[in-house]
Design a protein around this ligand. Structure first.
Ligand code: SF4
Length: 315
């Protein structure tokens, strides 16, 4: 019998357990690059992109827009087969850039290819909050009647001053609108947040837990800010390091636990940290540490602090 509302004994509403409950067995995500672009890079919203953006370096080797969706799925299945026990069921994860930034007919063409592949049981679609509308949501709602569908929005921050500083090209109001519209259509929502963005104090970051907790968010991913070399932000970090909190690993672990204590216990936490290879990073320097190790450290620390997700959540 679990002491927590999510029905298991981990101290947070863990994605792995949620996934098992949803699907009753192993399901593998396959990353796909379908060649979408981004309105913040192609001139519609801006040309330079977000100041930390570099989407190029970190795709798995099978994931490349020069290959068809079908070929990427085939190669993705092979790739994962070598590493893990065969899953048999897969989610097509449209990850790089803004995967709803195209006409509805183009979206249908791309997502149909994925949904039509044997073993694909759903779609995970990463996008920006300003790349969604009623027409597209109606389409996603229709697929979600028979498949798992989640729209993952890059919010990154709840502060417009931050969004402006990092050149996101959308506002927090756009994020709220996208989440509320998506929920109205009965489509699952995911959110991506970055902690450590310039100009944000630890207190400001923590205050966002209350804001996020009041929004219709099913799943959430957290990342510590990882500043990639040769980006605009890397230059900014060099010139004004005092504008960045620049978490140490231990400092981040205690911070994220403080955050999670304030977070709605119904929100499923999908990840706590990012793991860009250190050779790409201008900061912070945590050495070579994998996400699963960071997760184990967070869980150990939660145990030591005898705390849990939502402990100080106020409805
Ligand atoms: S929205 Fe994403 S792809 Fe577009 S510029 Fe920002 S980080 Fe890069």
């Amino acid at each position: 019998m679990s002491q927590f509302p999510w029905g298991h004994n981990r101290r947070f509403n863990a994605y792995a357990e949620y996934f098992k409950k949803c699907f009753g067995g192993r399901v593998q995500k396959l990353a796909i690059d379908a060649g979408f672009t981004c309105p913040n890079r192609d001139g519609l919203k801006g040309n330079g992109g977000c100041t930390y953006c570099t989407n190029d370096a970190f795709n798995p080797s099978y994931c490349h827009p020069g290959k068809s969706v079908r070929q990427q799925i085939e190669e993705g299945i092979e790739f994962h087969k070598k590493r893990y026990r065969r899953a048999g069921r897969y989610l097509a994860y449209f990850q790089p850039y803004s995967n709803t930034y195209a006409s509805l007919s183009r979206l249908k063409e791309i997502f149909y290819q994925a949904l039509n592949y044997p073993g694909i049981i759903g779609l995970v679609i990463g996008t920006r909050p300003d790349c969604i509308d009623d027409e597209k949501l109606e389409y996603f709602a229709s697929i979600s009647r028979s498949h798992y569908v989640i729209l993952e929005y890059g919010l990154e921050s709840c502060y417009n001053q931050t969004l402006e500083r990092i050149n996101r090209g959308h506002t927090f109001e756009d994020s709220v609108k996208a989440l509320e519209m998506t929920a109205r259509y009965g489509v699952k929502t995911g959110v991506h947040m970055i902690f450590g963005l310039p100009g944000e104090s630890v207190e400001m970051m923590l205050d966002q837990a209350k804001t996020l907790s009041s929004l219709p968010i099913n799943n959430i991913k957290f990342h510590q800010l990882q500043i990639i070399k040769n980006t605009f932000m890397a230059q900014e970090f060099k010139e004004k390091p005092e504008d960045f909190v620049n978490f140490t690993l231990e400092g981040y672990i205690d911070f994220i636990i403080d955050f999670v204590e304030r977070l709605n216990p119904d929100t499923v936490i999908e990840r706590f940290s990012g793991e860009v290879p250190p050779r790409y990073l201008a900061g912070p320097d945590w050495g070579l540490i994998r996400n699963d190790r960071v997760l184990a450290m967070i869980e150990k620390r939660m145990e030591e602090r005898r705390t849990w997700q939502g402990r100080s959540f106020e409805c």
